[in-house]
Ligand binder design. Sequence first.
Ligand SMILES: Cc1cc2nc3c(=O)[nH]c(=O)nc-3n(C[C@H](O)[C@H](O)[C@H](O)COP(=O)(O)O)c2cc1C
Length: 326
Amino acid sequence: MAFKTRITEMFGIETPIIMGGMTGVGYGELVAAVAEAGALGFITAHMFPSGAALKEEIDKVRGLTNKPFGVNLTLLPSINPIPYDEYREAIIESGLKIVETAGRAPTDHLPAFKEAGVRVIHKCTSVRHSESAVRKGVDVISIDGFECAGHPGEDDVGLIVLLPATVDALPDTPIVASGGMADGRSLVAALALGADAVNMGTRFCATQEARIHPNVKQKIVENTELDTVLVGRNLRNTARVARNAVSERVAEIQRDPSTTFDDVRELMSGARARVAVDQQGDVDGGIWSSGQSQALIHDIPTCKELVANIMAQAEAVRSKIDRSAA
Ligand SMILES: Cc1cc2nc3c(=O)[nH]c(=O)nc-3n(C[C@H](O)[C@H](O)[C@H](O)COP(=O)(O)O)c2cc1C
């Protein structure tokens, strides 16, 4: 039996499963594999230097699938300017209808997206920011609990409370459950708490089609719920990353509240991680994002197998609940 929700209806997807934008991971091949599996994936725009390069990646996905997919715009301050306006134009010109935004609210991009019929899923980490984003005009909220990989915000509220609190605050807005979601049990639990879909990041990193080093995938499988570290706490720019020699050193330096980003700049460097972790497969060589859902990840399937397994497990869990209620 299919799981039909406001999200599957709105975006024309077969399953209520989303793969959010991911720096270093959200390339076209993976997004196409996710789409072909019946889920909704996002190309991560800021990995591409220009609107034209993003458009090429969109065209590449179009060559691999006829199913819906989208683009993630992560709106964060950056030392090097990011061509957001070019990305927006590339998305609209390509005729894509789904965008995931994260970071600050996409206020300046919304009028153009609305005019072009593009629906915006905005990722938030608090009820108050979700309410504010909906007032500004986003269509869907993806609410990211404290468990998540990447930026969980500064409030430290787990998804089991944050999700229903957001659902209660925004009854007319479709809500995506994000952070800690990894299998069919997560999906049924999220739907029970009022979500219309789940968003998974770490889970999709450990798939065959993810273009990351096999050692990193294996490390995700081996890691438990204890093997993440919060960095950037003292700068109020918290990120949840995999526990390793570098992240533990950064967290140790940042225990002194007077330290600044300059004190950890070299350790946190994206260039360092790209060479050591991504290219050489040294899982202790730099910082890489991973969530507590590592504890629930035990295999490295194809996206098709993964989505099928999640849906089969969700169906089994639903039947079990039905039987116990009879
Ligand atoms: C390797 C990695 C990179 C990520 N990069 C981004 C990013 O650039 N922009 C963004 O909005 N979210 C990013 N995320 C967050 C995911 O989109 C998603 O919200 C998060 O992983 C959900 O939590 P989970 O990992 O527990 O499933 C990243 C996550 C991972 C694992």
